[in-house]
Every structure is written in structure tokens, then in C-alpha cells.
Design a binder for this molecule. Structure first.
Ligand SMILES: C[C@@]1(CC(=O)O)C2=NC(=C\c3[nH]c(c(CCC(=O)O)c3CC(=O)O)Cc3[nH]c(c(CC(=O)O)c3CCC(=O)O)/C=C3\N/C(=C\2)[C@@H](CCC(=O)O)[C@]3(C)CC(=O)O)/[C@H]1CCC(=O)O
Ligand SMILES: NC(=O)c1ccc[n+]([C@@H]2O[C@H](COP(=O)([O-])OP(=O)(O)OC[C@H]3O[C@@H](n4cnc5c(N)ncnc54)[C@H](O)[C@@H]3O)[C@@H](O)[C@H]2O)c1
Length: 220
């Protein structure tokens, strides 16, 4: 953590109503524009030309323009800026201008200039996993992600336990007002041997009954 290398704080963002500007509508810009749009952002792409993928997306705003004329007033309208043209010095200049306006900027041609990295990721209703090798190799990030997903697939108990622990949390919230007591009980239930053994047998009803027993038996 304390080395000289640039470090990035991982977060999972809700992109609803977030305004994203992608500069450059080629292979990299199109992929990022589509991904951000698919996750709910309002996406505008400024480019000299647009990939076929982008041309077919009528949910993404396209502006045909030489991005070298873009200035503060235009960039100010967006929350996130992605600089993906084939002109590296233009990418650097616009990303730097964006950051000076306190915008988050991603420069896929130079992670060191980026305020955030777009990781290799997987997410569904229960689990989100994002991997980066700090820009060293997206191929190796994919290898790591595949290993993590394989480990999850080989241990279906974990997915079951996520659902049960979520139900336990709801039960605790309905029965106990004090969050610190809830927190302690949540951990007590999680490490309880009987609770664990019901989960191992896939017996959710009994696991929930055991959780209730622990909650009712606690002195609060
Ligand atoms: C997730 C994904 C997002 C996306 O692009 O949407 C992504 N790269 C993807 C694909 C991909 N990337 C590259 C190839 C060509 C083959 C190869 O060489 O691998 C392909 C394949 C393809 O395009 O299909 C090469 C490459 N990548 C970067 C550079 C620049 C440099 O290293 O300087 C170069 C050299 C470019 C050049 O030649 O100039 C940099 C970045 N790429 C990142 C993310 C970030 C780091 C993530 C990490 O730490 O792992 C970071 C730092 C940018 C950032 O900050 O966002 C997407 C996942 C696809 C999947 O699922 O597999
Ligand atoms: N991060 C990654 O994963 C990754 C992967 C491959 C390539 N890259 C880098 O990303 C950059 C883009 O790669 P690509 O494969 O998408 O290239 P590309 O040639 O497919 O697309 C470049 C786009 O930039 C636009 N453009 C160029 N100059 C412009 C200007 N002045 N104003 C507006 N638009 C302009 C072009 O019209 C084109 O649509 C390259 O610098 C490449 O090295 C990054």
C-alpha cells in the first residue's frame, strides 16, 4: 500500500443518470461506451468516425467532431470522461483538462494518468468481482477472474450462504433495534456449528430456525 506505485480504490458504482463522455468512437471507445450505457449511464461519444457497433446504438448520443477543439465548457457538462482516440497526446491533454475540472477521467492509453481503471469484471444479482493488474495485463486479469469464478462454481454452498445470511440480516433487523447487538449476533450465527451444518446439508429452513433460536436466546 505504501509503495510509490499509483494505487486505486475499488468501488462499485451506480451509473444511473451519470453523464459519461467518451472521446474516440473506435474499438476501445465503442466497447467502453456500450458497457457504461448498458449499466445505466447517459453516454455521449465524440469522434471523427464511429464503429459499426456504435452506429447501431440509438441509446448513445454521437457527435461527429474533431475533439482537439473541445474545451472546459464542453467537458464541464460530464461527470466521467474517457479519452479513447488514437491520438495519445490528445488523450493526455483532454484527460488532464478533465481532471483539472474535478471530473473522473479514464485514459485507456495510459493508466497512470487515469483517475480510475476499468477492471475486468463479473457481476450478477448476488456477487460482483472486479480484477485489475494495475494496467499490467488485461489478459492476466482475465485469468485471475476465471480462477475466482471457477472457485465459486466449485463451492455452490457459498452462493446459498449469501442468500441465507441476507435472510438472517432481514430477520435481525425486524427483531432487534440496536445495530451493535445485531452485528454481534450476525457473527455469532455465522460461526454457529449447528447453523453451519444445516447450510452444508442445504437445509435452509432448519438453518433459519437455528438463527431464530440464537436471536431469541440472546439477552438483549
Ligand atoms: C477490461 C477491459 C476494458 C475495456 O477495454 O472495455 C480492459 N482491457 C480490455 C481489453 C484489452 N486490452 C488490451 C487488449 C489487446 C490485447 C492485450 O495486449 O491484452 C484488449 C483486448 C480487446 O480489446 O479485446 C491491451 C491494453 N490494455 C491497456 C493498454 C494500455 C497500456 O497498457 O498502457 C493496452 C495496450 C494497448 C496498446 O497496444 O496501446 C490498458 C488497460 N486495459 C484495461 C481494461 C485497464 C487495465 C485492466 C487491468 O489492470 O487488467 C487499462 C489500464 C485501461 C483502463 O484504465 O481502463 C477490456 C477487457 C476485455 C476482456 O474481458 O478480456
Ligand atoms: N485499454 C485498452 O484496453 C486498449 C486496448 C487496445 C488499444 N488501446 C489504445 O486505445 C486507443 C484507441 O484504440 P482503438 O483500437 O479504439 O483505435 P481505433 O483506431 O479503432 O479508434 C480511434 C478512434 O479515435 C477517433 N479519433 C482520432 N482522432 C480524433 C480526434 N482528433 N477527434 C475525435 N476523434 C478522433 C477516430 O475517429 C477513431 O474512431 C489507442 O491509443 C490504443 O493504443 C487501449
Amino acid at each position: 500500500m505504501l509503495s510509490q506505485v499509483h494505487h486505486y480504490f475499488p468501488i462499485f458504482l451506480d451509473l444511473t443518470n451519470v453523464k459519461v463522455l467518451v472521446i474516440g468512437g473506435g474499438k476501445v471507445g465503442s466497447k467502453r461506451a456500450s458497457k457504461f450505457r448498458d449499466y445505466g449511464a447517459e453516454v455521449t461519444v465524440v469522434s471523427l468516425d464511429f464503429s459499426e457497433d456504435l452506429a447501431t446504438r440509438n441509446d448513445i448520443i454521437k457527435v461527429k467532431l474533431d475533439a482537439s477543439i473541445l474545451g472546459e465548457e464542453f467537458l464541464s457538462k460530464y461527470d466521467i470522461i474517457i479519452t479513447a482516440t488514437s491520438d495519445q497526446s490528445l488523450n493526455s491533454r483532454l484527460c488532464s483538462l478533465g481532471k483539472s475540472l474535478k471530473k473522473f477521467c479514464n485514459n485507456p492509453t495510459n493508466p497512470n494518468e487515469s483517475s480510475f481503471i476499468v477492471p475486468i469484471f463479473y457481476e450478477d444479482d448476488d456477487v460482483g468481482i472486479a480484477v485489475t493488474t494495475m494496467g499490467k495485463s488485461s489478459i492476466m486479469s482475465k485469468v485471475i477472474l476465471d480462477k475466482a469464478l471457477e472457485a465459486l462454481k466449485n463451492d455452490p454452498k457459498i452462493l446459498l450462504e449469501i442468500k441465507v445470511m441476507n435472510d438472517v440480516k432481514s430477520l435481525l433487523k425486524s427483531k432487534i433495534k440496536d445495530p451493535s447487538i445485531r452485528y454481534n449476533l450476525y457473527h455469532k450465527i455465522f460461526i454457529d456449528k449447528q447453523f453451519e451444518s444445516f447450510i452444508n446439508d442445504g437445509n435452509i429452513d432448519s438453518a433459519m430456525k437455528r438463527a431464530e433460536e440464537i436471536i431469541n436466546g440472546s439477552s438483549f
